[in-house]
Design a binder for this molecule. Structure first.
Ligand code: FAD
Length: 297
């Protein structure tokens, strides 16, 4: 029906998947089995997050390079300014470039002691993401994506500071902003209006959080300034022992959010997969990405 074709199968939809580098062998196996299931959706790119501490960083590097070698994905590497002098960050970026990785998601990062602590830039480091973007562009002509915060970054004094910061990142060379996750489309529309009012014209790609553990979600959200609406939390009540229903509910709520965004013109989506294939796959299907596979094959 036209209802179906208007919501899915569009050639102009693009999806990206975000993964985190696994810590254990078992987690690594789970990630690679998720990747196998998600590969046929032919995402525009996939990204791998970057954490605090040397071993986590090494894992990001390994995961990104393995994706580049062994999958059809175009991987993007997240990179942060935390606890490292510029020279070290520049060397990591140069290594990525030499390995054929052309896309970096450039972030400031959070304090190693945890979100909510006061951020201290490294004395010889990049102070903010905007400086990192400029540094990356000095090294090579990377495609650079950055973050954006539809509910305000917790350290931003007001909307003016938030939008000015986004503008600095764009002026430094970023060509895509991926948003922090959110739960109400209105939050996204208001943010998009602020961006347009400021005359910024790069794609603002909504980030969709596919986390079925609503208690974990609430913990994390409160630290990063995201409101999980009461109605959302209430829907998960009584499901602590029922992971299957939690997954189904998450898939249906995120599909609903996706469809609302689609109906008002959004065509690019970034899915925080949590290294799992089922929910991300369901949402990608709602967007018609399974049909794109048939075209690609
Ligand atoms: P910035 O854009 O640098 O902004 C940080 C704060 O500083 C803002 O409040 C801004 O307004 C303020 N600010 C900027 N410049 C100035 C200035 N000149 N003067 C005063 N104030 C200023 N974290 C990780 O550790 N690893 C990841 O892989 C990762 N991936 C992410 C992916 C996405 C899509 C998103 C949305 C977030 C991700 N994060 C990641 C979290 C991110 O690191 C944190 O949200 C962090 O607190 C801010 O990083 P940023 O790049 O947004 O910082």
């Amino acid at each position: 029906s036209s209802e179906v074709s208007s919501r899915s199968g569009s050639d102009d939809v693009s999806v990206s998947f975000e993964f985190f580098p696994p810590k254990t062998g078992a987690a690594e196996d789970r990630l690679w089995s998720a990747i196998e299931k998600l590969e046929p959706f032919a995402p525009d790119f996939v990204s791998v997050t970057y954490g605090a501490g040397g071993s986590t960083r090494e894992r990001t590097h390994r995961t990104v390079e393995r994706m580049a070698r062994e999958t059809s994905f175009t991987p993007a590497a997240h990179l942060t300014c935390v606890d490292a002098p510029r020279a070290e960050i520049d060397a990591i970026a140069q290594d990525y470039w030499d390995a054929g990785i052309r896309h970096i998601v450039a972030l400031r990062g959070d304090p190693t002691e945890g979100i909510g602590e006061r951020y201290q830039p490294h004395p010889d480091g990049y102070d903010y993401a905007s400086e990192l973007v400029a540094g990356l562009k000095n090294i090579a002509d990377f495609e650079v994506s950055v973050s954006a915060y539809p509910e305000l970054h917790p350290e931003s004094s007001d909307w003016r500071a938030e939008i000015d910061n986004l503008k600095r990142k764009i002026d430094a060379g970023a060509t895509r902003a991926i948003t922090q996750f959110f739960f109400s489309p209105d939050i996204f529309w208001r943010f998009q209006d602020r961006v347009l009012d400021a005359g910024l014209d790069i794609p603002i790609v909504p980030g969709l959080m596919l986390q079925p553990n609503v208690k974990g979600l609430q913990r994390m959200s409160s630290l990063c300034g995201v409101a999980v609406p009461d109605w959302y939390v209430e829907l998960f009540e009584g499901l602590d022992g029922d992971p299957l229903t939690r997954d189904m509910l998450t898939a249906s709520l995120m599909s609903e959010l996706t469809a609302e965004l689609y109906d008002r013109g959004v065509r690019q989506y970034h899915l925080y997969t949590l290294n799992r294939a089922e929910i991300a796959g369901a949402v990608a299907r709602v967007l018609g990405m399974h049909r794109r596979t048939q075209l690609v094959r």
